[in-house]
Design a protein around this ligand. Structure first.
Ligand code: 30K
Length: 588
């Protein structure tokens, strides 16, 4: 090997390696002296282990014996396994078995039933990846059964199972005194919610000294490694710059959030809490923290640079330019990031397109963590009567009413993000006031399908907006549904109808109360639709009397399908009659 550097791959974790390098040239063989140097290197953890295959060793009517494997190089860090299984027809209720060896007999199963299994390897540092799901079924019950003999059979089977477990335990223990066999710790989860990866996020508030939390979860960066280039945004805390970070020999593009001077101690804590939270996450669809500057002033949070900026502005600037598949791909990414966060027990509370960032590959990443982000950085936050500050039009009713923020309320917000994406950054509920939005939601109204929205996507958003939060899909369900749609793009071809309650917005559902429009021109201009006057006249709507009698069907007749932002002022979720009575056009 001529060069002076080498990469050594596939090393085992937690292992000391000695590397010896000898320099050789054409006369090395002639000399008894050797030119060597050695170093000892310790390999820390490598990638988390993943169970790669599960096989069925034994199949009975009420039990299955399963064995699985982990790649050899990952084996050494494994301390045990978690096996999760459920009936295929009811995957809401799981059973979890914890085992210290890679083989287990699962008993108490129903005959002739298909079960799905997943295994997760456990290490000292937490749980590894889930395996793929594997399906196995128990043997059929043969002859027709009467209930007495069935009960007796189950009893006998139970005893046999216990005997078999005992027998296997004794045998395995004899064979290998270290590998203990059989479930160690069996517990049933009543709620699927309890089935989470072991790793959950740590609230930096649980640290007495928040500086300790930052130290634990974020790398300290020297200011000399950072170069600021230009301002890309500004928030309550200070400016955000695009810049570069020297990382080893490479310079990478980064976003640099700077805490402006004159902050209070509590602002400093809130500001750094975002880095402490972000530093605990590692997912393709969650914004990545490079590190923090806390030892020098100004304080900085360094994150990955996202070439296309915030999703809402990006879509508004590229109205109509993506295929349904691309839009659904963005949503799939966001839901996957949110699934990861909800699995970590993190509730976002401010999921909105403005808080999603887009990179040059159109990958969408969730951002804006932190304990007071809604309070500080988001202009959509509105004080509620209970004193909290809440972005009303993105927030689930129970979170507004009694601050019940959960992953289910994040799912509601995700539904709003779906709507924002499919309508290219339109403002949800247009210019309706927060009060009107809350009232409409409570009365059961929901946003209508955006234009050209695939019907399956609109159905999913409506599911996210179920009043009863337990009925909303989980983020895992959302990811699966979007994945399926992406895998068969034909499914996106059917387009959702406009809701019959949806109509063009006539004067004054909000904002322009008391305004009187004498002519169609005046009215259209007030809602920035002056260029559609001809359409209206051609369709015979020449006076305001005609306008108040418009029905939703007429709206398509006159062709009010507006490009760009003007959709916002053109449609409303309120029923036409209701609007007509509240808009004062009767005074015309
Ligand atoms: O590259 C970027 N990386 C980031 C990491 C950026 C922003 C954040 N946090 C902000 C997310 C939005 N939230 C709104 C309440 C405030 C905190 C973390 C980021 C930005 C960006 C900066 C400030 C606000 C919004 C986005 C970014 N803006 C860009 C604009 C851009 N990157 C690239 C191009 C661009 O062209 C207009």
């Amino acid at each position: 090997m001529p060069g002076t550097s080498v990469s050594v791959l596939e090393l085992s974790p937690y292992t000391n390696y000695t590397f010896t390098v000898e320099a050789r040239n054409g006369v090395s063989n002639q000399s008894p002296l050797r030119s060597v140097a050695s170093t000892i290197a310790y390999v820390n953890e490598t990638e988390p282990p993943k169970v790669t295959s599960i096989i069925m060793e034994k199949q009975e009517k009420s039990s299955l014996t399963l064995t699985w494997t982990v790649p050899g190089r990952q084996m050494r860090s494994v301390t045990g396994y978690k096996l999760m299984y459920s009936k295929k027809v009811d995957q809401q209720t799981y059973t979890v078995l914890q085992s210290s060896s890679n083989s287990v007999m699962v008993s108490d199963l129903l005959p002739g039933t298909v079960y799905v299994f997943r295994v997760q390897a456990l290490t000292h540092d937490g749980a590894g990846f889930y395996s793929e799901t594997h399906e196995f079924h128990t043997l059929e019950e043969k002859a027709e059964t009467n209930w007495v003999s069935l009960a007796a059979g189950i009893g006998v089977a139970g005893v046999v199972v216990l005997l078999v477990i005992g027998f296997i335990c004794i045998r395995r223990r004899k064979r290998n005194s270290r590998a203990r066999q059989g479930p160690e710790d069996i517990y049933f989860t009543k709620h699927p919610d309890q089935l989470k990866p072991l790793k959950t996020y740590v609230d930096p508030h649980t640290y007495e000294d928040p500086n300790q939390a930052v130290l634990k979860f974020a790398d300290e960066i020297l200011p000399s490694a950072i170069t600021k280039q230009k301002v890309i945004g500004a928030g309550e805390f200070g400016e955000v710059y695009k810049g570069t970070l020297k990382k080893g020999r490479k310079d990478i593009s980064v976003a640099i959030k700077i805490l402006k001077v004159g902050y209070t101690e509590s602002q400093r804590i809130d500001y750094l809490s975002e880095a402490s939270i972000m530093g605990q996450f590692s997912h393709h669809n969650v914004i990545h923290l490079e590190g923090v500057v806390t030892k020098y002033k100004p304080l900085m949070i360094i994150t990955e640079y996202m070439e296309n900026g915030a999703l809402d502005a990006y879509l508004r600037n590229n109205d109509g330019e993506f295929s349904s598949l691309q839009l659904v791909g963005m949503l799939r990414g966001i839901s996957s990031g949110m699934k990861y966060l909800s699995d970590m027990n993190y509730v976002h509370r401010d999921l909105a397109a403005r808080n999603i960032l887009v990179n040059s590959q159109l990958v969408c990443k969730v951002s804006d963590f932190g304990l007071s982000r809604v309070l500080e950085d988001d202009t959509e936050g509105t004080y509620t009567t209970s004193g909290g500050k809440i972005p009303i039009r993105w927030t689930a009713p129970e979170a507004i009413a009694y601050r019940k923020f959960t992953s289910a309320s994040d799912v509601w917000s995700f539904g709003i993000v779906m709507w924002e994406v499919l309508s290219y950054g339109e403002r949800p509920y247009w210019e309706m006031s927060n009060h009107e939005v809350m009232k409409s939601i409570n009365e059961g109204f929901r946003l209508p399908a955006p234009m050209e929205c695939p019907s399956a996507i609109y159905q999913l958003m409506m599911q996210c907006w179920q009043q009863e939060r337990a009925k909303r899909p989980k983020f895992g369900d959302v990811v699966n549904i979007l994945d399926k749609l992406i895998r068969s793009p034909e499914s996106l071809k059917s387009i959702a109808d406009f809701d019959p309650r949806v109509s063009i917005r006539l004067p004054s559902t909000s904002g322009c109360d008391g305004m009187i429009f004498r002519t169609v021109t005046e009215w259209l201009e007030s809602i920035k639709m002056g260029q559609y006057l001809e359409n209206f006249q051609a369709a015979g709507y020449s006076t305001m009397e005609h306008i108040v009698q418009l029905t939703p069907e007429d709206v398509t007749v006159v062709g009010v399908r507006l490009p760009g932002h003007q959709k916002r002022i053109a449609f409303s979720i309120l029923g036409l009659q209701e609007q007509a009575s509240s808009m004062g056009v009767y005074t015309v």
